[in-house]
Design a protein around this ligand. Sequence first.
Ligand code: DQA
Length: 143
Amino acid sequence: MTRVLILHGPNLNRLGKREPAIYGSETLDEINQRLKKIGDQLTFSVVTKQSNFEGELITEIHEAEGNFDYIVCNPGAYTHTSYAIRDAIASVEVPVIEVHLSNIHAREEFRKQSVTAPVCVGQISGFGSYSYDLALRAIRELI
Ligand code: DQA
């Protein structure tokens, strides 16, 4: 069975309440439940985690090695700033798919650069919470 870790970064625990015009009205729990169902359909085991702490996200990425086949990661604002998360992704054999709810290329200048995307398999951005669904479908195709 394909093992997928879905890793949500800072402020994504606020989904549903946080800037709904940009991020939608679904809560993180609702999104995670749907992703687990899609995982069942695709015969993936899906584990979801969220952290507001850079170091915790880094440790999750390290510990994914040997325990997961793929990581779907939304690093939140760390996307634009964290060389440490980028290096963590580069340090593991596990392929990572970067995901964003909003289209980061259509927003403020500072969001247009992702320091993490160059070490990921690819980036899915701008499809709301459906960006995560697409990442699972992409994994289905990659296997
Ligand atoms: C985000 C985009 C980031 O720029 C922002 O800091 C987030 C969410 C997204 O999913 O659209 O926290 O990663």
